[in-house]
Write a protein that binds this ligand. Structure first.
Ligand SMILES: [Zn+2]
Length: 146
């Protein structure tokens, strides 16, 4: 399927209203709150969290965001992303796997069903949870479908 076929059906707004797409965008909204993490571990570390397995605080366009671990774990993020793709494009995310088993997604494709102001949050989660690489307007993701 060509990129244009993905976008050019004139039906974008109604597809953004699909349940799975809304749930996915809500997840991105709720998975973070403004401000840095103030947990004991971060305080004791002087807010240095680079050596954590999963970081607690992220900087996005000059603003700090704290990740809410208790709300959405890895499996939940995986499920919601997958379902949203499927609902929006009416095809399985698995179709985007390359021969090496990497998921290769055009950034534009992902932006179609991700609200603009939530894209940075998605990138944080993709990198943190699924070891995603962002390059040349492409996401290459290893862990999302395993
Ligand atoms: Zn913390």
């Amino acid at each position: 399927m060509s990129l244009m076929q993905f976008f050019d059906d004139g039906n974008h707004d109604s597809r953004m209203q699909l349940k799975a797409v809304r749930e996915y965008n809500d997840m991105l909204l709720e998975a973070f709150v403004p401000g840095r993490c103030e947990c004991c571990r971060c305080k004791e570390n002087n807010y240095f969290d680079y050596d954590y397995t999963y970081r607690h605080t992220f900087r996005v366009r000059g603003e700090k965001l704290k990740r809410r671990f208790a709300v959405y774990g890895k499996e939940e993020v995986q499920k919601l992303f997958k379902n949203s793709w499927k609902a929006f494009y009416k095809q399985e995310l698995e179709n985007q796997l390359n021969k090496k088993g990497e998921l290769v997604l055009q950034k534009e494709q992902v932006q179609q069903f991700t609200r603009l102001f939530l894209i940075d949050r998605l990138e944080i989660l993709l990198k943190e949870l699924f070891d995603a690489k962002v390059k040349n307007n492409q996401y290459r993701i290893k862990g999302l479908l395993n």
